[in-house]
Write a protein that binds this ligand. Sequence first.
Ligand code: AMP
Length: 135
Amino acid sequence: MISVFTRIVRGEIPAFKLYEDDLTLSFLDINPAARGHALVIAKPELPGLLDLPPELVSAVALTTQRVARAIVEALKPDGFNVIQNNGAAAGQVVFHYHVHIIPRWEGDRLVKLWRSGTMSMDDLRAVADEILAHI
Ligand code: AMP
């Protein structure tokens, strides 16, 4: 089944497009968390970050910076979040790689994604070692 984003790439359903090149497309999120909430997608229908070849990782990052800069210049937010969900457990709903750019204003009601926790030095070292074995 093709994704809703592939249908946008193909022009089968409308979107408020902000930028397009051979590898990426950016358009407004249809259910925005904030005014100017934009998405940047990789045109090929690949589900998550780990599925992307390096050139697509780079292309999406460059488009994200370009669109974020335009949003900042146009809308003058106090800041912005760049968020990318991988997997249903992480909140991913559309399984076609995309990055969210969400403008933020002081006092807006959006919440931070996590609460800071605490971890012992031993536990931090242990998890670092687990990851390092795969780098
Ligand atoms: P995620 O939870 O990271 O998979 O986010 C998917 C996002 O896609 C949501 O924020 C939706 O509002 C957005 N979305 C779904 N369908 C469309 C559409 N047709 N046009 C624009 N944005 C969409």
